[in-house]
Design a protein around this ligand. Structure first.
Ligand code: GTP
Ligand code: SPV
Ligand code: MN
Length: 592
């Protein structure tokens, strides 16, 4: 039975059902009973497998098709009326042409299947900053994931208005040649077909909360960013929040849930997680920036997650979690992935489901879990979840951080001179590509603000929007920093220990925000004095190591400027003049 009388909603569902022709339509009310029933159905068909209920209560394993394991950026489109409004960093097609093309793929795609109607909210239901969507899907896996990642069900259906985001997902034949992830920002519409993987099909996440929302944000004066949000609590109980943008699989979840080194914990420092992937940010009544996490769960990278690197994430996945493309430990019906421990299960299924001796398999150089295997876990499970998580207003932002994987160029940390220089630093971000998107891994590409794959409009206009936000904020703008946890030595090993020890770098930033520590003015920005990065208790790191981590090679930086210029030229005339000035000024400082 429909959960709403809203004509706009019902008419659209009728239209989509007429096209896709499902056997039946089921509304998702979000109740435990319904979820339990859907889990049982999905287990019966093998879509998911129930894991050891004593060790992992209410946890399930799912495998996607082997050719459907990551976002597909080359098949992701922004279809607005004018191509230049999508800009050269997005794929574009004329909306009418795309609708026609998709109509062929969707026609009859749900024959013999059920269409699930998922009313969901990004943000706290009923809050002025929440936005609502409906996803139609023929996948129970998608329903179960959406129920973890977003606020789903009756309460949403009751408040949904005419301006909801329409999302249609059909698995169809999972044909990679006809896979499309398409956004019509001017129509509040998302259409996804022929995939069953995460960011391609959980339409509340990247499709809505970043691509559509970034477009809405620009028109309405707020921002949707690929950022984690965390709070650092001092021994006196004062909490300061920062928001950080790193590209996919570059450390957001890990930083968001970090456990401080022992001496900080003993002194009473705490870190709280507000969000691990997406931030909606606006100027508050007090003139400062406020950030909220529109999601309700974590869709986190499994490999590398362990008791030492990220115990909070590991504990978050111990119940009510869906694991996708990890290895199946058949000895105890649990899961395993590279980096969980040094003990791959002998009796295992690797991520595609093939039975292997896990120890031999790994020893032969194979992977048991897919590098982009993930867990979908409810935020409420997280031991360090901020008490502000459900605060509809979000939290005030003291600092913003950009970062990526750079083997050599970027130092451990630096601070921008001011907001506009910080916008330049964000626009100049680059990172080695990861398994989170289909394509080559480890290639440096420019990824402005970690938003290259997620900006729902012209990247030049997006930069301009950042500059305008700074004008609104004036002297209340947060400080902007850049970090790099991924510098390597000559053997290619990471020099900085990272993970919980990143707290040491956050502490320097906090002190900078409070005006408690000096810095060195360099051509690229303010760098720490090496002595000011706390290395207490780090056996392998000396003052000289820190100096090395903070060193800046001017030739590499000048080369990097060429990369930024190439990006700006690619984006073209919509790049704000201010950023061209910033680039010229940086070159001049570096050449002196
Ligand atoms: P998305 O969910 O794709 O947006 O990724 P993310 O930015 O949340 O990345 P995540 O925290 O899941 O980290 C991805 C990978 O980076 C994991 O395999 C981690 O082990 C690794 N990683 C995270 N933080 C650090 C760090 O401080 N140092 C090093 N060397 N590796 C890290
Ligand atoms: C990312 O790739 O940045 C993710 C995973 O967070 S996905 O939901 O697939 O986009
Ligand atoms: Mn992400």
């Amino acid at each position: 039975m429909a959960l709403t009388n809203n004509k706009a909603v019902l008419n659209w569902i009728d239209e989509m059902a007429a096209m896709t022709q499902p056997d039946q339509i089921v509304w998702i009310d979000g109740s435990d009973a319904q979820i339990e029933d859907l889990r049982a159905q999905a287990c019966a068909t093998g879509e998911i497998e129930k894991l050891n209920q004593e060790l992992l209560p209410d946890c399930y394993l799912h495998r996607t098709a082997v050719n459907d394991v990551a976002r597909v950026e080359d098949r992701t489109f922004i279809c607005c009326r004018k191509q230049e409004d999508a800009g050269p960093t997005n794929n574009w097609m004329d909306p009418q042409e795309m609708y026609a093309k998709l109509k062929k793929l969707y026609t009859g795609a749900m024959k013999g299947r059920t269409m699930y109607v998922i009313p969901y909210s990004m943000g706290v239901v009923g809050s002025p900053f929440a936005k609502y969507g409906i996803e139609l899907t023929d996948s129970i896996y998608v329903v179960l994931n959406m129920c973890i990642m977003t606020r789903v069900g009756t309460a949403v259906a009751e408040v949904i208005g005419d301006d909801f985001v329409k999302g249609l997902h059909a698995k169809a034949d999972l044909d990679p040649e006809n896979r499309y992830i398409v956004h019509f920002p001017e129509d509040n519409t998302i259409m996804s077909v022929n995939s069953g993987y995460g960011g391609n099909v959980l339409l509340g996440k990247k499709c809505f909360a970043l691509r559509i929302a970034s477009y809405l944000g620009r028109n309405q004066g707020w921002m949707a960013e690929h950022m984690l949000i965390l709070g650092i609590q001092s021994p006196a109980g004062e909490v300061r929040y920062l928001a950080a943008a790193f590209p996919s699989a570059c450390g957001k979840t890990n930083l968001a849930m970090l456990i401080p080194p022992e001496h900080y914990r003993k002194a009473g420092w705490k870190v709280w997680c507000v969000g691990d992937d997406i931030a909606w940010i606006r100027v508050g009544e007090d003139g400062r920036l406020w950030a909220m996490n529109p999601e309700y769960g974590f869709f986190g990278v499994a490999p590398g997650t362990n008791e030492k690197s990220n115990p909070n994430a590991l504990h978050t996945t111990m119940k009510n979690t869906i694991f996708t493309n990890v290895a199946h430990n058949l000895d105890n019906n649990t899961v395993w992935w590279e980096g969980l421990d040094k003990n791959p299960p002998e009796n295992a299924e690797e991520w595609t489901g093939k039975k292997v001796n896990g120890k031999e398999w790994v020893a032969e150089g194979n992977k048991l879990a897919h590098p982009n295997s993930r867990f979908t876990a409810p935020a409420v499970n997280c031991p360090c979840l901020s008490k502000e998580f459900n605060n509809p207003n979000g939290v005030p932002v003291t600092a913003m951080v950009f970062g990526g994987r750079r083997a050599k160029t970027a130092p451990l940390v630096f601070q921008s001179f001011d907001w506009n220089h910080g916008v330049y630093v964000g626009s100049a971000m680059a990172s080695e590509t990861t398994a989170a998107a289909a394509g080559a891994v480890g290639v440096v590409r420019r990824d402005p603000m970690a938003m290259r794959p997620f900006t729902g409009y012209n990247m030049g206009d997006y930069f301009g929007h950042w500059i305008e936000m700074g004008e609104k904020l004036g002297d209340k703008a947060p400080k902007i920093f850049h970090v790099n946890w991924f510098r390597t030595d000559d053997e290619g090993h990471f020099i900085w220990p990272g993970f919980g020890d990143n707290m040491r770098v956050l502490m320097w930033m906090l002190k900078r925000c409070k005006g408690e520590v000096d810095a060195v003015e360099t051509p690229i920005g303010y760098l720490p004095n090496a002595e000011d990065i706390d290395i207490t208790g780090l056996d392998d790191i000396t003052l000289d190591t820190v100096k090395g981590l903070l060193s800046v090679d001017k030739d590499l930086w000048l080369e990097d400027c060429d990369g930024v210029e190439a990006l700006y030229n690619e984006i073209g005339e919509r790049v704000p003049a201010e950023l061209r000035h910033q680039l010229a000024a940086l070159r001049e400082r570096l050449s002196k």
